[in-house]
Design a protein around this ligand. Structure first.
Ligand SMILES: [Zn+2]
Length: 338
């Protein structure tokens, strides 16, 4: 009797342990493989979320105001500190995706991405972080990118961060890249929405708030009807522009990106609920936009799971099913992730 009870107990423990150790899979469309100092000298504090974005007196230097906020954590009650070294950032991020059963489209410097991939080839899918400056410096032009994609080593073109350079993705300068991605059937993720608050005054002088609008995607979408494209950061906070663009272009998806952890619960839920209420719950994908703060990954997943206005099915769509459909994963691939 005692032995049976022990066996029963061990079965219960094993079962609950296996559920805890392997949660339902999540696809992260927006992870970054960075170096520890890519966002400034560590440790830096990221709000989980930020309660506010401060108030700047222009007699001071905004770079100092911003860095002071990230060093002190003064914009938020709760924050997470970035790891100090490249190795600890990589180790902690890989641990976070393993613990939470996350499969991540991962972008950054292509050699850093390669290193992360070699450590976790099953969960890290290689993506190209790109803008015109990187194209010049690293010779990542249309031809060399096409080679990376054709080889199969890199499978997503994004994050395309040309918003920081003042470009719309519909600009003629970006046209050859869209054409290449459409011809090779490579999904493209474009940054449409928030960078760091006040980023213009941190040196990126050509960034514009008007480029938060999903309307900037329209001409690109019309010119390339076969292209798989997703708007990273879901064009926050220009909800009406986003909804109109999703309505007009049924092939367009979004990822939630940084708004999944850096803006207040109230604003995040308001924005997400609007997209769902308007009928676009099948085209929202999870994207952590984790840069150098691995704790943002479980925090962002949890925030979606805690949304009281979403059904269980809607949560699974956002965390997994929509991305699996967008990426055209096979039933076998999907099965292997559970
Ligand atoms: Zn990003």
């Amino acid at each position: 009797m005692k032995i049976n009870l022990l066996i029963l107990l061990s079965i219960i423990v094993t079962n609950s342990f296996s559920q805890v150790s392997k949660p339902l899979p999540v696809i992260d469309m927006h992870l970054h493989a960075l170096r520890a100092d890519d966002q400034g000298p560590p440790p830096l504090k990221m709000g989980l979320p930020f309660d506010n974005f401060g108030a700047h007196d222009p007699k001071n230097d905004y770079g100092e105001t911003f860095m002071q906020a990230l060093k002190s954590g003064q914009w938020s009650k709760r924050s997470t500190s970035s790891p100090l070294t490249d190795d600890s950032l990589r180790a902690q991020t890989i641990k976070a995706i393993r613990d939470n059963n996350v499969y991540a489209i991962t972008s950054g410097n292509i050699n850093v991405v390669r290193k992360w991939h070699s450590e976790e080839p099953k969960r890290i899918s290689n993506a190209v972080y790109w803008d015109f400056g990187i194209a010049k410096r690293n010779k990542l032009n249309v031809d060399s990118l096409a080679k990376l994609f054709k080889s199969g080593e890199f499978s997503v073109f994004g994050e395309v961060a040309i918003q920081y350079e003042g470009y719309s993705p519909s600009d003629s300068a970006f046209e050859p890249y869209l054409k290449m991605a459409e011809a090779l059937d490579i999904p493209v993720g474009v940054h449409i929405g928030p960078g760091p608050p006040g980023v213009i005054y941190l040196g990126l002088k050509k960034y514009r708030a008007s480029l938060h609008s999903a309307f900037v995607l329209e001409e690109a979408l019309v010119r390339h009807p076969k292209l798989r494209l997703y708007a990273m950061h879901a064009g926050w906070p220009l909800i009406d522009d986003l909804l109109a663009t999703l309505y007009a272009h049924p092939q367009l998806y979004v990822d939630l990106g940084i708004i999944s952890y850096d803006i207040t619960d109230k604003e995040f839920y308001f924005y997400l609920e609007r997209i769902v209420n308007a009928g676009f719950g099948k085209r929202i994908m999870f994207g952590s936009d984790n840069m150098v703060w691995p704790e943002t990954i479980p925090f962002a997943i949890e925030r979606i799971n805690k949304a009281t206005f979403l059904t269980t099915d809607q949560k699974r769509d956002i965390l997994f099913n929509n991305a699996a459909r967008f990426l055209r994963l096979s039933p076998e691939q999907i099965k292997s992730m559970y």
